[in-house]
Every structure is written in C-alpha cells, then in structure tokens.
Design a protein around this ligand. Structure first.
Ligand code: HEM
Length: 427
C-alpha cells in the first residue's frame, strides 16, 4: 500500500504519539465488560444509576475517546497538513491527564464518591483544555479539505460536550444544584455521541474508506455539507430543547437521524463499488457498524412514534448498546486494524529501507487473529442489545465482549511487538 496523493506523511508524528492512545483504548473496553459482569442485570434498573454512568464513560471517554484522540494526533499532520506543535509532550500531557481522569470519574460513580468526581473534573477538564487548545492552534493552519473542516466541527462539539459534562459532574461533586439535569444531560449526550463521535467518524471516513477499502470517493456535496449540516442541526435541536419548543425538538432530531441514515446508506453503497472485491476485516467491521447505525436510527424513530417504547426503562440501554457498541466501536475497531499496521509499516520502511526486509501488513497483524476477535465482537453486540429485554443475557454478553476487547488488545500489542523487534534488528 502506498500513501495517497494529498497526504503529507513526512509530517507524521513519532509513532508513540498516536500509539499510546491506541494501545490503551481496549483496556477501557475490558474494564467496561468487568463493570457489566460485576453489576449484572441490576445495571438495567435505570440509566441514571451511577454504575450505568460509569459504564457509559468507560466506553465513550475511555475506549472511544482515546482511540479518537490518537487518530486526531495522527491525522492532523498527515491529512490536514497541520501538525500539533510539540506533539510528543502535548500527547503525553493529554494522555497523562485523561487516563487517570476517566478512571477516577468511573470510580467516582461506582463508589458514589464526590471527592473522586471532583478530582476527575480537574483531570478531565485540564486534559481536554490542553487537547482542544493544541488542536485549535493546529486547525487554524489546516488545509481546506472536507476532513479537516469536519474535524473543526467535531472539536467544537467536543468542547460543548466536555463543558456540559463538567457542569453535570459538579452536581455529583458539590450537591444537587442543577434543576434541569435531564435536559442538560440530553444536550451533553447528543453533542458527545452525535457531534463529537458522529461528526469525527464521518469526517475521518472521507479519507480512510476510499484509501483502505478502495472505494470511490464520497460524493462531493455529501462530504462538503454533512459535517456543517449536522452541526447546525444540533445547534437548532439544542435551542429548541432549551426553549422547551416541544413540537420542534423531534423535527430537528428527525433531520439529524435522516442525515446519519443518508451517510450510512452512501457508505454501504460505496463499499459495493470497491475496486478489489475481496472482503477483509475492516470492510466487515464497517458494514456491521453501518447496519447497526441504520438499526439504531430506525429504533429511535420508532420510539418517537410509540410512547410506550420511549418510556420503557430498557430503551436507552438498547439504543446505547447499538450506537456505541454496534456502530462506533465496530468502525473504530475496523479502523485500528488498518491504521496500526499501516503506521508500523510506514515507520519501518522510513527507517529500514535498504537495510533490512520490511514485514508486510499481514505479517504485522495476521488476518486470522483479527477475524477471531471480529467474530466475538459481532456475537457480543446482539447479546448486549437484547440484554435489556432479557437481563440474564448480560453475563454471556459481557463475557464475550470482554474477551473480544482482550483479544483486540493482544492483537495491537502483537503488531507493536513486530515494530520493536524489527527496529532492534538494526539498532
Ligand atoms: C469532561 C468529560 C465528561 C464528563 C465530566 C462527563 C460527565 C457526565 C455526567 C456527570 C453525566 C451524568 C449526568 C447526570 O446523571 O445528571 C454524564 C452523562 C452522559 N455522558 Fe458524559 N461526561 C463527559 C464526557 C462525555 C463524552 C465525551 C461522551 C460521549 C462521547 C459522554 C456521554 C455521556 C452519555 C451518553 C451520558 C448519559 C448516560 C445515560 O443517560 O445513562 N460524556 N456525563
């Protein structure tokens, strides 16, 4: 595989800058699985119970947050031509603040400890401030392409998410002072899942889907307008929510759902037009992710039409399992399986060309190991989604999900081991 035109790989940061995030992300998936096993069916009593909140953030801030920050450290220089200055120190600082921050936030929820929540607020608040400031400076110089424009909206959405998250956390840290907690939580989670996570996946896919899955490019109007369109719709939805305009909230929500459905449909169609018809693990992860996205959007729309569904306590869990586990974890997992071996190959070939043989992508991360982990993930998601209906399913679901995350971790460590062994040969 060769780097594509328009990508400036000579600006790529040192390998550990993204890898410290990538290699740590699955550990949070394992911790999430352990939380599920520990809590069992009691977890589904209410989405507002602290263990459910711990689980949510182990996945959103821990697994997804770390993987996505790692991807941004890598992609800003390469795709946007805008490296983060002092990338190594900044990434170490962000990593060193966020990892203990997520751990203390989750333990603060689980142990119902205001002290830990306050500590988590300090760590997460400073970690995100450092990241957002560093990225803002770099994005000012960024090339004007759909991915870097989309990243700007995603980072703005992260700023909104983290701000509302800190306000909500202060409720746990200093007593219950927020009157409209439910409304603020809806805004926080919409900006987190749809703005930050959703818009970043969309923007990054403009590069990685054609590059790694050999599909045609996304249609120009879609790649240009989807991230700003989603951002504006989220702003409208927020204004309607805060203004208690009950008739308009579902209209904006429906438009957001349709925009994501359009994206999933286009992605699936592009994948049918790929140049090499061989199916690989990343492609399957992405297809699975898009199918889960379409399913969760349909279920969300059904909830708008059928109040009994919307009022069922298991419903937010069903949506959360499908959106986070089925859609985002799948595409991130698939992406890690391309980005990691590709970066290892890229760094090795820049150091070893003419000196030693460079392992190919299949030697860096064997297909068989990836497929084994993929099958477990594909089995875990439906079980996790069905568990709110049949609570005892939580145990096999959590077990399979945990083993899948453990295997993901060992696969990534194996690939990094190949990198280190090959460098040692010449040092
Ligand atoms: C600075 C970082 C963050 C902090 C301090 C934080 C804090 C919180 C708190 C305290 C709640 C509970 C609200 C309540 O019970 O009143 C909450 C809910 C939630 N947060 Fe965060 N959060 C952060 C980042 C994120 C991110 C980045 C995402 C998603 C990508 C996210 C997704 C969610 C979701 C989905 C819920 C609702 C959970 C449910 O309804 O069961 N959070 N957050």
């Amino acid at each position: 595989m060769t780097p594509q035109a328009g990508l400036s790989f000579e600006q790529a940061p040192p390998i550990l800058v993204p890898f410290r995030f990538f290699l740590s992300a699955p550990v949070f998936g394992v911790l999430a699985a352990l939380t599920l096993l520990w809590q069992g069916p009691a977890l589904f009593d209410s989405r507002w119970m602290p263990p459910a909140l711990a689980l949510t953030h182990l996945m959103t801030l821990g697994f997804l947050g770390l993987a996505m920050l790692g991807a941004m450290f890598q992609m800003l220089p390469v795709v946007a031509g805008a490296p983060i200055s002092r990338a190594n120190s900044v990434s170490l600082g962000v990593f060193g603040l966020l990892v203990p921050g997520v751990l203390t936030l989750a333990s603060g929820f689980l142990l119902v400890s205001p002290e830990l929540i306050r500590l988590a607020m300090g760590l997460l608040g400073s970690g995100f401030t450092l990241f957002i400031l560093a990225v803002a400076v770099s994005l000012k110089r960024a090339a004007n392409n759909p991915t870097s424009r989309g990243m700007r909206f995603a980072v703005l959405a992260l700023t909104v998410t983290a701000t509302f998250g800190l306000v909500l956390a202060s409720n746990y840290g200093w007593g219950w002072w927020i009157a409209n907690r439910i409304q603020i939580t809806s805004i926080h989670l919409a900006w987190g899942l749809l703005g930050w996570v959703g818009v970043l996946v969309v923007s990054v896919s403009y590069q990685v889907v054609p590059m790694f899955q050999l599909t045609p490019a996304y249609p120009k109007p879609l790649s240009a307008w989807l991230p700003p369109g989603l951002f504006v719709l989220l702003l409208l939805w927020t204004a309607f929510t805060l203004g208690n305009m009950e008739a308009l909230v579902p209209v904006a929500g429906g438009a957001i759902a349709l925009a994501f459905a359009l994206y999933a449909g286009v992605t699936l169609r592009l994948q049918t037009q790929r140049r090499r018809k061989i199916s690989d693990v990343t492609l399957l992860f992405w297809r699975y992710g898009m199918a889960a996205l379409l399913l969760v959007l349909t279920l969300w729309l059904a909830g708008q039409a059928v109040p009994q569904l919307d009022n069922w306590p298991g419903y937010p869990f069903l949506l959360g399992m499908l959106f986070i586990g089925g859609f985002v974890v799948s595409v991130v997992n698939g992406m890690l399986y391309k980005i990691l071996p590709f970066l290892i190959w890229f760094h090795l070939q820049s150091r070893l060309t003419g000196i030693a043989k460079i392992p190919n992508m299949k030697e860096i991360l064997p297909e068989k190991a990836m497929r084994r982990q993929m099958r477990l993930h594909f089995a875990a998601v439906p079980l996790l989604a069905l568990a709110p209906l049949m609570p005892p399913l939580i145990y096999p679901a959590a077990l399979i999900f945990g083993v899948s995350m453990l295997l993901l971790e060992t696969n990534l460590i194996f690939a990094f081991g190949v990198y280190r062994r090959n460098l040692k040969l010449v040092s």
